[in-house]
Each structure stands twice: as C-alpha cells, then as structure tokens.
Design a protein. Structure first.
Length: 348
C-alpha cells in the first residue's frame, strides 16, 4: 500500500473514531492516538524520506491536509461534547423555586438589653442625656471623685479588677457622674443624665452574683432639687417597668457618694403587697439604691454644693430581669443558651 492510500485509510479510521467518541476522555484518547508523536500519521511522515523528490511534496501536502482535517474534527467534537456536558450539569442543578425555603433564625436583643433599652427610652423621653463611658476607667473617677478615698472601708464592698495600680475595670457606672459634672455648663440648666453599661467585680459567680453585670446610673443636679423629685422619678421608673399600680418606699441606707442615702423598694408586683415568697412575705421588693449627691462629690468635680444639688440612683437591669421574669439564677443570662434566651424574644 502506498503512503497516500495509507493516509486516506487513517483519515477514514480517524473520522469514524471521532464520530464515535462519547465523552471528552474518549476524544482526548483519539487525539493522542491519531496525532501524537508515536501515532500512525507521524509514522507515515517518517516514511517519506524513501519517496522520490517528485512524490514527496504531494504526499507531504496530503499528509498535512489529513492532519488538519482530523484536528478540526476533534476540536468540533470536543466543543460539542463540552456543550453537552454543561447542558447536563445545568439540567441537574435546576432550582425548583417553588420549594419552601430554609428558615433563618432571626436575632433579638438580649433580655437584659431589652430592659436597658426600656429604661433608657423612658429617661430620654424625660429629657435626660445618655452618657455611656468606658469599661476601663481611671481609679480616680471610679473611687476618689465619688468620695471614696484610698483606704475607705467601702472600697471593700467592691472587690476590683485592677489593670494597673491606677486603672481598673469599673466597678460601677458612677464614674460617669464625676465626668459629666466636670463637663456640664450649669448656666444652660440642670444636668440630667443616665449612664447604662457593664461593670465588673471580683465576685465568685453563683446564682445571684456575676463578675460582670449591668448597671444603669442616673443623676440630676441643678438648683432646688429635692428628695421628693427623687421619689417621684423612681416611681415613674418602677411603674413603667412593673405596672402602674405600684408604690415606692424609701428606707435609710448608706452609700459613700450620697447623703442621705436610701434603698428604694417597690410594691411586690407578684402579690401586690399582700406577701408572697418572692417578697419574703414583706409585700415589698428592693430594687435600687439612691440618694442626694454628696457635697464632696460635687465639690471634687468643681460644682459648688452651696448653689447646686441633686439626686443620683443606680439600678441593676439584671436584677430587674430576674424579678420581672422570675429567673432565679443570674448565670442563665450570661451562658448564651439560646433555648433559655429565646423565651424573651418579643416576637414570640
Ligand atoms: Zn410578694
């Protein structure tokens, strides 16, 4: 058989194999087999050196034609198979838009945050400004300027995390009292502020103690502000949080930064004063500490206690939440068990 006939035969054989290829793997094999360095066409071309000078270009030309033809056929077939593969993939991945979606759990503010928001909204509606402050605080603002000099026994009431000897994790939100008193321009009217935030104590965590908890501090300083204003304000807070039939009573107490100091009790919302387990059968529940701002506190922040005075109070949203929802272990609020926390979702 002459080379030309052999080439024609390879051409037919190749075209048939290309036509019969069913996938990309197969068409690749055909390409390597027919056109590779060890393939039959290369082999035929090698045999050309035995041809006469007259025949060689003709056969060479024909060999090139066969190779081009097979290359083109392989490329066409490959494109066709790739298209088919993509069509099959798209078919397999078709999305049925009528299927129901996967529900996504939607977040809600934490129950403590809900109480904080409620209290803050209430005070903002009464014209108070919100002062947030830093959780890392200078000792001088956390203690000294609140009438708690070094070695003051009341410091023992608040075991403290110190960052350096003069910097600490604030044990109360009260430092904002001193900071706001220093900044306030009393020629523009009284200072009315509320300061919500996290505070830290070196407590061992148990059912009623947490090393981190929340406080909301409030203060009003101006002219002619009396204890009656304090009581009226506390009543508004208690009634908005626990119900409008509740009464407030004040009992003498002691805090270094107020004089006189009081504990505020509200009517037990569970028994409405009749006596029950929640109020230990007294009919009253202690909810916060308060008092008239100590003259030393005013003086140390550059405010003349002869001219100005006012009241301050601090309440614990954690305790409020425990009372309001009958939660007996404060740790539940901080352990991030969503089964517990989602009970308080407002959307239900
Ligand atoms: Zn009760």
């Amino acid at each position: 058989m002459g080379l030309k006939e052999r080439l024609a035969e390879l051409r037919e054989e190749g075209l048939q194999e290309i036509k019969d290829s069913e996938d990309l793997k197969k068409i690749n094999q055909v390409r390597v087999k027919m056109l590779g360095k060890k393939g039959p066409i290369t082999n035929v071309l090698r045999g050309m050196r035995d041809l006469s000078a007259e025949e060689r270009p003709k056969v060479g030309q024909f060999a090139n034609k066969v190779r081009d033809e097979l290359t083109a056929a392989i490329e066409n077939k490959r494109a066709e198979l790739e298209q088919a593969a993509m069509d099959a993939e798209l078919e397999a991945e078709t999305i049925d838009v009528t299927l129901p979606g996967t529900p996504v759990a939607q977040g809600e503010p934490h129950v403590i945050q809900q109480i904080i928001d409620q209290v803050v909204d209430l005070f903002v509606s009464m014209g108070y400004e919100v002062a947030v402050g830093d959780e890392v605080e200078q000792e001088v603002y956390n203690f000294e300027k609140l009438n708690l000099p070094k070695d003051h026994p009341a410091r023992d009431m608040q075991d403290t995390f110190y960052v350096t000897p003069s910097v600490l994790m604030r044990t109360q939100t009260s430092p904002m009292q001193a900071r706001m008193l220093e900044k306030h321009d009393f020629s523009q009217g009284p200072l009315k502020m509320i300061s919500p935030g996290k505070v830290y104590r070196r407590d061992t965590d148990d059912a009623t103690h947490s090393h981190q908890f929340n406080q909301i501090e409030g203060m009003v300083v101006g002219k002619h502000i009396t204890m009656a204003d304090l009581k009226g304000t506390l009543k508004v807070v208690a009634q908005s949080l626990f119900g409008d039939k509740l009464d407030v009573r004040l009992r003498p107490s002691y805090f270094p930064f107020t004089e006189p100091s009081v504990e505020a009790d509200i009517t037990c919302f569970n028994c409405m004063g009749k006596g029950c387990a929640i109020c230990k059968h007294t009919g009253w529940i202690e909810v916060l500490g308060a008092g008239m701002v100590h003259p030393n506190v005013l003086r140390m922040s550059g405010v003349d206690p002869e001219e100005f005075g006012g009241f301050a109070f601090g309440l614990g949203p954690d305790r409020f939440a425990m009372l309001k929802y009958g939660v007996t272990d404060i740790r539940n609020f901080y352990q991030n068990d969503v089964r517990f926390l989602t009970q308080f979702d407002r959307k239900g």
